[in-house]
Design a protein around this ligand. Structure first.
Ligand SMILES: CC(C)(COP(=O)(O)OP(=O)(O)OC[C@H]1O[C@@H](n2cnc3c(N)ncnc32)[C@H](O)[C@@H]1OP(=O)(O)O)[C@@H](O)C(=O)NCCC(=O)NCCS
Length: 162
């Protein structure tokens, strides 16, 4: 999992780090809005199997927000993250009126994440050779993005900040 996540994602991921994250670390402002991805257990009850986040940007990039996601390997390839990304994208358009653009930087080697982005309607916008530092290497990234439905590229007047 950590292989395709940013260098700050703990590796190895200790129990203490999990307790910090679930106990309130995910509410630290630098992570933006964070949700647990929950599935129903076969025997009953629910289980958190991953996370998805939207992080509104600041300064020059304040009309953008960056998304991130991961789920546990036992749940891969069931369409769960694609569904979660679709739901969070719809939430962002409704809840973040200053956000005109959602995007994610993805490691070029991460075919799964790129497929998730496409499945949720995001488009490949470009490649960023050697843009990301990961485990002592500079590696290629790709950028997937989406603009607010109905907003034309060029210039778009923002709503007043309430
Ligand atoms: C990438 C990741 C989020 C995919 O989650 P997932 O729930 O398995 O994805 P989905 O089941 O919604 O799959 C969506 C599409 O991706 C494809 N896909 C998923 N994993 C894939 C892989 N490893 N290689 C190629 N395609 C893959 C699926 O086949 C599906 O394609 P389709 O729409 O054409 O049928 C998951 O593997 C993960 O958490 N990886 C580690 C963390 C990570 O990479 N996070 C993203 C950082 S940018």
């Amino acid at each position: 999992m950590a292989y395709n996540l940013f260098d700050g994602f703990p590796q190895p991921y200790s129990l203490a780090e999990a307790e910090w994250w679930c106990g309130g670390g995910h509410r630290e402002p630098q992570f933006g809005f964070v949700w647990g991805i929950e599935v129903a257990r076969p025997g009953g009850g629910d289980e958190i199997i991953g996370c998805i986040s939207v992080e509104p940007q600041h300064g020059l990039w304040a009309s953008s927000a960056v998304l991130g996601y991961w789920i546990g390997q036992a749940h891969w390839r069931r369409g769960i993250t694609s569904e979660a990304l679709g739901l969070v994208t719809a939430w962002a358009w409704a809840a973040l009126p200053q956000t005109m653009r959602l995007w994610m930087p993805i490691y070029a080697r991460n075919a799964g994440s790129q497929a998730v982005a496409r499945a949720a309607g995001y488009r490949l916008e470009g490649t960023m050779p050697l843009a990301i530092r990961k485990g002592g290497y500079a590696i290629d990234a790709v950028q997937y993005g989406l603009t607010r439905p109905g907003a034309q590229p060029g210039e778009h007047r923002l709503p007043p900040i309430s």
